[in-house]
Design a protein around this ligand. Sequence first.
Ligand code: MD3
Ligand code: FE
Length: 204
Amino acid sequence: MRLEIAPGILLWREKFTRIEQEKLLHAVMVQVQDAPFYRPQMPGTGKAFSVEETNFGELGWVADKSGYRYQPIHPITGKAWPAIPGSLLKLWEEIAPSYQFEDPPQCCLVNLYRAGARMGLHQDKDETAAAPVISVSLGDEAVFRIGGSERRGATKSLKLQSGDVVAFGGPARLAYHGIDRIAAGSSTLIPGGGRINLTLRRVT
Ligand code: MD3
Ligand code: FE
């Protein structure tokens, strides 16, 4: 069942069943062997993120001392990013038309939250805002916070659990959002514990 939680934000609780989550996690971990998680850094200060990241697809989002950007190669290995798993391409084909969008995703940003990792309130402004962002959560539950397109505005929080899918488009595409905390140990899905978030995006 699809819930419209705010204009432009669609939520499907447990869209992926446990078995489907296990299969998706396996497909992700196979690709991660070719594109290991690494810790991005804040532009300017070089302070490391608490979240570890990698990407799949033709372009990947990276952050280092010199800035935020999309690039076709992994910053550590120098190799092209591996392909986006087929089940995620299928998810995009199912959902993107709700936003009058058909072209396939160019990027799947993969965020790994081990215990204690978080992501501060931010906007995603490094890609085209014409296309939606589609997010899949796996593993430990997270407290997700979302506001409006101005930093100072009111926010609300939403619990995201393993298998949940959220799509953000139209008026929500430039909304401030972040992950306040992870409930470490709340899921048995990910070996070693934690949460993985997959976001499908168009970049150009
Ligand atoms: C709303 N990731 O990778 S996913 C990110 O759970 C990011 O790892 C969070 O924020 C995570 O940039 C949240 C949900 C999400 C992703 C992109 C959005 C919400 C969004 C872009 C615009 C508006
Ligand atoms: Fe974001």
